[in-house]
Ligand binder design. Structure first.
Ligand code: ADP
Length: 533
C-alpha cells in the first residue's frame, strides 16, 4: 500500500492533482506532436486538432508571420478555408498583447465563437499566435491559458527549427546549383564572359582562358574596355538577345586579343544584372576557308598558264606553213611535252593531297640508297634550273640505307630541291647535304634564296599555304608541295623542319629512319626511328 492512500488528500486536492496530471500528459503529447512535425502545414494541422481535443473546443488555429512578410495561417481545425483566411483581418499579432488573452462574447473573431483563448509567441523576426475557441458558453480558465502559453512556446521553437531547416536546405541547394553551374562553365568548350551592368567583367571561364590565352586573374574585376579593348571595339556589332531562348544569332567577328587577331563566333544575352557572352574560336576554320579560296584562285591561274601554252603551240603546229621536223616544230613539241607534264604534276599533287590522310595511301618500307635518289633528283631539277643556280650534293662516301619508300622520298626531295631553285630567283648555290646521325639519315637542303619570315615558317607546311605574293615575287605554285612533303615524311616515320631568315635563304631538314639490317630480299627492314622534335 502506498503512503499516498494512507494519508488520502481531500477531494479538491485529488481533483487538482488529477487535473494537473492530465494537463501534463496533454502538454507532453502536444510537445511531442510539435517536435515530430516535418513541415509547417503538418505542425499547424496536428497541433490545432490536438488542442481542440485537449480543450474540448471546436476551433483552433496557429497564425504566424515574419517581420518582413505578411502573416499566414500555419494550420487550423474546425474552420473552413475562407474563415481561416478571415482570421488574418484581425490584428492577432499585435505585439502589445503579450500575455495570454481570454475573452467571452457572442461572435468572437467573426466566427460565432463565445469563448476564446489566445497565446502569442515570438519576439524577434518570427511572431505568431495560437488560439482555441469554443462555440458554447464556457470560458477558458487560467490553467488552460497557461497550458496554451506553454504550447505556444513549443510551436515557436518548432517553427524556428523548420524555417531554419528550410533556409539551410535552400542555401544548400543554391550552393549545390552554384557548384554545378561552376563545374559546367569550367568544362564546356565555349568561352563564357559575364559583364555586369557597370561594364565590369565578373566571369571568365576556363575555355575563355584557353581561347584567348588571357588568364582569369588578369580580367576579373576590370572594366571590359580596359581588359580587352579589342572586344569593346566590336561590341556594337554583336547581337545581344533579351532572353536565352532568342539568342540564335551568333556574330563572327575578328577580335584583336593581346596582339593576335582571333575570329570569334560570339552570341550575347542581356539580363537584369548585365550581359553574358558565349564565344568559340573560328580562327582555324576561317584560315582554312581563306586558304581554300586562295587555292582555287591560284590553281585556276596555275592551270591556265600551261594550258594556254599547250593550246598556243598546238594551234601553231596546225598551220599549213609549218615545216614538219624543223626547229620551230621541235621547239613547240618540247613545249607541249613540258607544259603537259607540269599540268599532270599539278593534278597529281591535288589528287595526292586529298588522299594523304587515307589509309589507302600505301607507304612501302624499303632499303633505300638516299644518295642515289638525291643524285637522280638533282639531275632532274638541274635540267630545268636557270643558269645562275648551282646544285651540289655533299655526302660521305658510304651512307647506310634508309628504311623508307623510294618513290615517296623522290617526291619529297624533288619538291624541296625544286622549291630551293624556284625561291632563288636571283640564282645562288643550293646544297643537298646527306649524313647519318644517331639512328637516322639526315637530308639537308640549303639555299641562298628569298628566305621565309619567322611568322610564316610554321604555316608553310599547311595545305594550300603560300607565302605573301610580294615576298615570293610572283613565283608560281599551288601551296601543296610542302603539305604533301610533310605528310609523306611523317607517314615514313620521319620528321621535317625549316630554318630560315627573310632574305638570307632557307634550310629544310628531313630525318628518316636508318635501316638497321640488310635483309637479302624483300622490302621490309627493321628500323630505328628518329626522335621527333
Ligand atoms: P608552292 O611552292 O607551290 O607555293 P609549297 O607548299 O612547296 O608550295 O611551299 C609553300 C610556301 O613556302 C611557298 O609558297 C613559299 O612561300 C614557301 N617556300 C617553300 N620553300 C621555300 C624556299 N626554299 N625558300 C623560300 N620560301 C619557300
Amino acid at each position: 500500500m502506498s503512503s499516498l492512500l494512507r494519508s488520502a488528500p481531500s477531494t479538491d486536492r485529488r481533483y487538482e492533482l488529477l487535473r494537473r496530471f492530465v494537463e501534463a500528459a496533454r502538454r507532453a503529447q502536444i510537445v511531442t506532436i510539435v517536435n515530430r512535425a516535418q513541415t509547417e502545414a503538418e505542425l499547424g494541422e496536428l497541433v490545432a486538432a490536438e488542442l481542440c481535443e485537449a480543450f474540448e473546443a471546436e476551433i483552433a488555429f496557429v497564425v504566424a508571420g515574419e517581420d518582413d512578410g505578411p502573416a499566414g495561417v500555419v494550420g487550423s481545425y474546425g474552420l473552413r478555408p475562407e474563415d481561416a483566411r478571415r482570421l488574418l483581418e484581425h490584428d492577432l499579432l499585435d505585439p502589445a498583447l503579450e500575455a495570454p488573452q481570454r475573452e467571452e462574447g457572442l461572435d468572437l473573431l467573426s466566427l460565432g465563437a463565445r469563448a476564446l483563448v489566445c497565446a502569442r509567441f515570438g519576439s524577434g523576426a518570427l511572431r505568431g499566435v495560437v488560439g482555441v475557441a469554443r462555440l458554447y458558453d464556457q470560458s477558458f480558465d487560467e490553467a488552460e491559458a497557461a497550458l496554451l502559453e506553454a504550447v505556444a512556446t513549443s510551436i515557436e521553437h518548432a517553427l524556428e527549427r523548420l524555417r531554419l531547416g528550410d533556409e539551410r536546405d535552400r542555401l544548400y541547394r543554391e550552393a549545390d546549383e552554384r557548384g554545378k553551374a561552376a563545374r559546367v562553365l569550367g568544362s564546356i568548350a565555349d568561352g563564357v564572359l559575364l559583364v555586369d551592368e557597370a561594364g565590369i567583367i565578373q566571369l571568365w571561364n576556363r575555355a575563355a582562358e584557353t581561347i584567348t590565352g588571357i588568364p582569369r586573374d588578369v580580367v576579373i574585376g576590370r572594366p571590359l574596355e580596359e581588359a580587352i579593348p579589342g572586344w569593346s571595339a566590336v561590341r556594337t556589332s554583336l547581337v545581344v538577345a533579351s532572353d536565352p531562348s532568342s539568342s540564335g544569332r551568333a556574330t563572327s567577328v575578328p577580335v584583336d586579343i593581346a596582339g593576335r587577331e582571333l575570329w570569334l563566333s560570339i552570341s550575347g544575352v542581356g539580363f537584369a544584372d548585365g550581359t553574358v557572352y558565349a564565344f568559340h574560336d573560328l580562327t582555324d576554320e576561317r584560315r582554312l576557308e581563306q586558304l581554300k579560296a586562295d587555292f582555287i584562285a591560284t590553281v585556276s591561274h596555275e592551270l591556265r598558264t600551261p594550258l594556254a601554252a599547250v593550246h598556243g603551240a598546238a594551234k601553231t603546229l596546225q598551220r599549213e606553213d609549218m615545216v614538219v621536223g624543223g626547229e620551230t616544230f621541235r621547239h613547240l613539241l618540247n613545249l607541249i611535252s613540258e607544259q603537259s607534264e607540269r599540268l599532270a604534276q599539278m593534278v597529281n599533287d591535288i589528287l595526292l593531297a586529298s588522299r594523304l590522310d587515307s589509309p589507302q595511301l600505301e607507304i612501302a618500307t624499303e632499303q633505300v640508297d638516299v644518295r642515289a635518289v638525291a643524285t637522280e633528283v638533282i639531275a632532274a631539277v638541274r635540267m630545268q634550273a636557270s643558269e645562275g643556280v648551282t646544285i651540289e650534293l655533299v655526302a660521305p662516301p658510304s651512307l647506310p640505307p634508309a628504311a623508307t619508300d623510294r618513290d615517296k622520298l623522290r617526291q619529297v626531295l624533288t619538291n624541296l630541291v625544286a622549291n630551293a631553285v624556284k625561291y632563288s630567283p636571283a640564282g645562288g648555290r643550293i646544297e643537298v647535304d646527306l649524313h647519318a646521325d644517331n639512328g637516322h639519315i639526315g637530308i639537308v637542303v640549303r639555299d641562298e634564296g628569298l628566305g621565309i619570315a619567322t611568322a610564316e615558317q610554321s604555316l608553310i607546311f599547311e595545305k594550300f599555304y603560300r607565302a605573301d605574293a610580294n615576298m615570293t615575287r610572283g613565283v608560281s605554285g599551288s601551296g601543296l608541295g610542302l603539305y604533301i612533303a610533310r605528310a609523306l615524311v611523317h607517314r615514313m616515320g620521319g620528321t621535317i623542319s625549316v630554318e630560315s631568315e627573310l632574305g638570307e635563304g632557307s634550310t629544310f631538314v628531313v630525318a628518316l629512319p636508318v635501316a638497321t639490317e640488310s635483309p637479302r630480299g624483300g622490302d621490309t627492314a627493321a628500323t630505328a626511328r628518329p626522335n621527333r622534335p
